[in-house]
Ligand binder design. Sequence first.
Ligand code: NAD
Length: 290
Amino acid sequence: MKIAFIGLGNMGLPMALNLARAGHDVTGFDVAGVTSDAFASAGSAAEAARGAAVVITMLPNGDILRAVADEVIPAMDQGAVLLDCSTVDVASARDVAERARAAGLGALDAPVSGGTGGAEAGTLTFMVGGDTDAFETAKPLFEIMGQKAVHCGASGNGQAAKICNNMILGITMIGTCEAFALADKLGLDRQAMFDVVSTSSGQSWSMNTYCPAPGVGPKSPADNDYKPGFAADLMLKDLRLAQQAAEQADADTPLGAAARDLYAAFVDTEDGAGRDFSAMLPRFEGRGRG
Ligand code: NAD
């Protein structure tokens, strides 16, 4: 399949490489001039998109996605699919999909979970919004780049699923870190705390799989001086998107708002800047430092 891949950053490059290795005819474009020997390069997003059956975007935010969509939609062939894998606001995802459909294209929002490790290994999970025909066209590509693709309904629903999931993740990570800090003060051993909670009703992915306490539970960024992993500033981005969506939809999400505020303060501190989102634990150890 002829594929354009726009946005060859930490996630996009390994995803594009997996498609090229699987035998697809990939042409890449990135404003930063990123290229690869493994696939062709274009001089602009429009040039990459011309003649492609699927145009994949993996970009930093909704404003950039809108700008790239302005460029590629007029260049794409009728019936081709615009497949956005970035994490962006629901409103931008719906707007871009509407414009693509008006131009006779298929459109999907398909944000991912699994991080750079999942992008390299081809084990991402895709949460997909958009019409069934476009989903069927993109399915073989999801199977190469990932291990699971869930069709969540209409355009924007992929982004909705992503931000709801990550809002839960941010909240449970903060709760887990708070509880470890409290346990420390109460003289409870961290291993004992893990052994109880990971098999009791306080369990979550944050505790069981990505434990924020070094030396406890499976290997996680906590065991590597909180090097990301999933950086706190990316968690903050997703929590802000969740609050933006909640305001627009008039949903009541007080814990999501509190999590956003805590991460916003956290990324400005020495403990938080450039570190994994589980480094909230040293923040609570410092009793609210920052
Ligand atoms: P990144 O900053 O490494 O990559 C983004 C790339 O887009 C950069 O190479 C940049 O030069 C390029 N770009 C910016 N404007 C462009 C334009 N107008 N035309 C072409 N290219 C342009 O970011 P990333 O980590 O690859 O993340 C990409 C998306 O995936 C983000 O929306 C992010 O939230 C999401 N995401 C990231 C992770 C992760 O762990 N890194 C996990 C899940 C989802």
